[in-house]
Write a protein that binds this ligand. Structure first.
Ligand SMILES: CC(C)(COP(=O)(O)OP(=O)(O)OC[C@H]1O[C@@H](n2cnc3c(N)ncnc32)[C@H](O)[C@@H]1OP(=O)(O)O)[C@@H](O)C(=O)NCCC(=O)NCCS
Length: 381
């Protein structure tokens, strides 16, 4: 094949390209269907817990009570982070929390005894540890940058309840913990999106899980991927009043800017995860006596109705931001929360990649100049 071959088909952004087979998750973007390991996301969001979903993703089937108890104990046992890691957090505490999480995730490789073991069993064990450690990193950083002593992780609370507990030092209500639990379930896995693909590319070189997840966090930090929840909250704050939403959207679109929390590379109907958060935002806004947030979001949805014909609907990030905000999380923690929920998904993508590994190395068609004459620097004008 030559670089001028007219037969070369370019798939920019790898849009619509299948690069492998998977047993992890199924996404039908036209029907709005999402399955983790064959189980409908609606069943999981309504009936499962994050711990059970983690087990399902990592081991491929729903756990028995005994299996779940072992995973739960492993997650709880991994919550503490080494003192050296706390020093690293302190050293970079002024950076954006996603940059901190990425840096510290990388640093954790120095402390994991199995870092170089890429067997399935060790990768799953590391994924379990990193799921817990990521949550502690984010909450330790939040405390340190605000001059507070970090709240030591609970030894008894569920993953979601412990996450909220580390923010305030107070045990959340069962309803609040369940809301966070559902949010983590909805974010746990989503096929080869940009961050999971990054993790697979890194694993494809036989690098270790810490390297793959560090890269994935970098990919997730961009506003086209994980950053949207933060931007949606910013948008809601700028709009201030639901009556102003239509004008706000109009101005954005006149500038050809995307409306955050809308559109998806795969879903051309509503993202199936969004509905589980929509009802909860409504309820939470009322409970916290801040109904304006739900009203603003719904006014934006109304203003975006003409775009639905073109397949642009709300995605999971549209409602997530307000939930985090109403639970006391500052906006720059929204993407790290997403990352904490996604660690199991990245892990299973890496496991799948390693079990049937191939170096991922696509091509670009060269369209630049050729056969240029090298001119020594002293002769260049
Ligand atoms: C997610 C996203 C990056 C997908 O991008 P993509 O698959 O590459 O699709 P494109 O950006 O090429 O968009 C296709 C068309 O839909 C329009 N569109 C996509 N998302 C839009 C949005 N959020 N608001 C308004 N128009 C949008 C684009 O302007 C483009 O229109 P055109 O064909 O007239 O140029 C994109 O929808 C986006 O930027 N959304 C906002 C950020 C966000 O919510 N991200 C979280 C994803 S879970």
């Amino acid at each position: 094949m030559t670089t001028t071959d007219a037969a070369i088909q370019i798939h920019r952004g790898l849009n619509g390209v299948y690069f492998d087979r998977t047993k992890t998750s199924f996404i039908d973007g036209r029907e709005g269907q999402l399955l983790y390991r064959g189980y409908d996301i609606h069943d999981l969001a309504e009936r499962s817990t994050f711990e059970e979903t983690v087990y399902l993703l990592l081991y491929g089937e729903l756990p028995t009570r005994a299996q779940l108890a072992v995973l739960d104990a492993d997650l709880k046992a991994a919550r503490e982070i080494p003192a050296g890691i706390i020093d690293v957090i302190r050293a970079v505490q002024d950076a954006h929390p996603m940059d901190v999480l990425r840096t510290v995730m990388s640093a954790l490789s120095a402390y994991d005894p199995e870092v170089a073991d890429n067997s399935t069993e060790a990768t799953i064990r590391k994924g379990i540890r990193l799921t817990s450690q990521a949550a502690t990193i984010v909450m330790t950083h939040e405390a340190l940058r605000n001059g507070r002593t970090p709240v030591a992780p609970s030894k008894t609370l569920s993953h979601a309840a412990n996450f909220l507990y580390m923010l305030t030092g107070e045990e959340p209500s069962a309803d609040t913990a369940r809301l966070m639990d559902v949010d983590f379930i909805l974010h746990a896995e989503h096929g080869p999106n940009a961050s999971a693909f990054t993790a697979r590319v890194i694993a494809g070189t036989q690098a270790n899980l810490h390297a793959a997840i560090t890269g994935a966090i970098g990919a997730l930090s961009g506003p086209s991927h994980g950053g949207a929840a933060e931007n949606v909250m910013q948008m809601a704050m700028e709009i201030e009043d639901s009556a102003k939403a239509a004008d706000y959207v109009k101005v954005l679109r006149e500038q050809d800017k995307p409306v955050m929390g809308f559109g998806h590379r795969v879903y051309k109907v509503e993202d199936p995860r969004a509905r589980h958060l929509r009802e909860r935002v409504k309820q939470l806004s009322q409970e916290r006596e801040e109904p304006q947030w739900y009203a603003i979001l719904e006014a934006v949805v109304e203003a975006m109705t003409p775009y639905a014909r073109r397949g642009i609907h709300v995605n999971v990030d549209f409602y997530a931001g307000v939930i985090y905000y109403l639970n006391g999380f500052p906006p720059d923690l929204f993407v790290p929360i997403f990352a904490c929920g996604r660690v199991p998904g990245w892990t299973v993508q890496v496991v799948e990649q390693l079990e049937n590994n191939v170096l991922i190395r696509p091509l670009t068609q060269y369209v630049g100049p050729m056969d240029l004459q090298y001119v020594p620097i002293e002769q260049r004008g």
